[in-house]
Write a protein that binds this ligand. Sequence first.
Ligand code: F6R
Length: 611
Amino acid sequence: MCGIVAYIGAQKAYPIILKGLKRLEYRGYDSSGIALYGEQIETYKRKGRVAELEVWDEKITETATVGIGHTRWATHGEPSDANAHPHTSNNGQLTLVHNGIIENYASLKQELVQKGYTFKSETDTEVLVNFIEEIQKNNDYSLEEAMRVALKRVVGAYVIIVMENGFPNRLIAARKGSPLVIGVGEGEHFLASDASPIIEYTKKVIYVNDYELAIISKDEIILKNLGNEPITPYIQQLDMELAQIEKGGFDHFMLKEIFDQPASLTDCLRGRLDSENQILTLAGIDQHLSIFTEAKRIVIVACGTSWHAGLVAEYMIEALCRIPVEVEYASEFRYRNPVINSGDVIIAISQSGETADTLVALERAKEQGAFIFGVVNAVGSSIARLSHAGAYTHAGPEIGVASTKAFTAQLTVLAMMAIKIGLEKKTLSVSEYKRYLAELALIPDKVKTILGTHQAIKKVAIHYAAARDFLFLGRGYNFPVALEGALKLKEISYIHAEGYPAAEMKHGPIALVDEHLPVLFIATKDAYYEKIVSNIQEIKARKGKVIAVVSADDTLIRSMADHVMEVPEVDELLAPLLSVIPTQLLSYYIGVELGLDVDKPRNLAKSVTVE
Ligand code: F6R
């Protein structure tokens, strides 16, 4: 949460930072600000979207070649001009942007107040900048020395970038627990929360690690640890194109990303699935096959949509590999002292690779000796680096706050893992293995077919856009899809929605059913088909409105439902990859019909880097 950008070089800093903040707006968008170094440091910050910063028309925006910027997702203090970053210290010398949370800010603030410090905001960040000032003043330290001392006393997560009056050609950044990428240019450098603000200017990047400090001028990058020991920067080449992070003619990133799925799934399968020769190669698994085949238990740790992918994986892995699987919310797992035995494998699922709860849960499990396997989208992210092994989902950058293409890529990787391990364990026969590979190869085209029905789904969306509540029901592999469909609708349309296993309906939720309640059944042809037909009848008998996601050749449910959305036939294990697509489109079109900002729903942020 929160996005930060900085520039130092020979170009005008303001437009670079402004554009970079817009690219990072998915990380938070309740207020934003920029500080530039001209004669001295000047700051402009506003409540609201980054676009509010466009009206800053001081001369400095035309001349400054150094600056820092921030787009905020509020933690301490409501969205307001005062709480927006950058924050400046009491003596006016230091100006700082921060992503993360300083957990011991209250005690540090008390110390500072006793020493006469005053505060203009309610933020933990303003405490931090003054804490650094205090250490610097008291000890006659350089900024770098003061930051090292201050950060050793800080509890929590941070990326900070600091500018100091009197030092126009220098930025100092530090990281613990939140992401920071340095873009390496010719006579210029960029800093950002992820590579999207940088990609336009350079593909050479350095991922800064926890407890590292970066001292950056336009010609030099010095990396050190908090013990003042130098670290050799490892420069990597970004494998990302600018087009991937732009809307490409679509009205919203969410729609673009839904329509990206045939391509993103092809990318996910590329180099892994050789359907002609019926070979599946998954390097991260191949190198550690025995760990998986001998695993006593697999624990999947994730949040939100990624947790839903984990639920599908539980069904897949138990069915094909006969290994017991538990799926845990990372936020619960990290605090509840879970039992981790040798022989346990932890699979972490994360689009961003930066979700704070997932990251800390993994750190704890790793300390206890668990083998960590990451299913991550963002290459080089914290979770990817913390994992012992992993498989990237290769969905490409996901900018829309609601996850779509990352979810289907996660499902694809998890299916490939289950198929691979099952074959190796001999719990999956060779003929079944080959059948699954053949089915997997057809998925991108089948997704394309569903996308071709978007106009029909739009009509369903318009029909139900005024609903106050929604129920999503599914069974078996489609149960997690019901949860995911409900989550997507809540996020994008602010309509209250709940997902349940269809059979659970009779244990409570059925009390909600009346002629005003749309009930969306994920009802593709599978082992539970007849049971779900009965559940549909139970809803119809109570005058509920039934929308159903059905297999293309279905006639029975079609005759019962008020509206249907069709998907091609597929084996039930892979059904979620298809059945989720109509629910994504439905949420999108309802959100648009209601006039909402589907790419940036209220109160949300793409990357939840605070707990
Ligand atoms: C929902 C959504 C969130 C994320 C969750 C985990 O559309 O995007 O629920 O799935 O915050 O994020 P990652 O996968 O980045 O760990």
